[in-house]
Design a binder for this molecule. Sequence first.
Ligand code: HEC
Length: 120
Amino acid sequence: MKLQLLVASLGIVSLMASGSASADAAKGEASFKKNCAVCHSNKAGEKKIGPNLAGLAGRQAGTEAGFAYSPGFTGVAWDAANLNKFIENPKGMFAKTKMTFPGMKDAAERADLLEFLGVK
Ligand code: HEC
């Protein structure tokens, strides 16, 4: 009995550890609307106070034509690892960024958001 419980809880732990395998794009969309959409659009051509995020996957940071980025907002490509790190703590990655978002601490919520944005 005890052994079965142990096996069951190990299963849960490994499910949790699998991260993006269980990421949910619908939850990510809800999170995007709540946390990001006030400043960002993910539809091509739509302008807001932050850069447009359509086709973000693989893009170099700071390269949307016509957007006035803060100094030094450059040098990384938006792959999953970099975007995850940036969203967790924007100022930790770019100290002078004008993205006034405090950071998303919940790793599962970040995974859902990355899934929604198509950044893998
Ligand atoms: C209060 C407005 C605001 C909010 C909220 C916000 N951002 Fe931003 N974001 C910005 C601004 C402004 C920039 C440009 C940063 C700079 O130049 O320093 C930016 C930059 C970015 C970039 C870099 C894009 C590029 O072209 O290199 C990404 C990716 C990004 N934000 C994602 C997000 C996500 C995902 C969220 C929600 C979790 C979010 N942002 C929330 C304003 C915001």
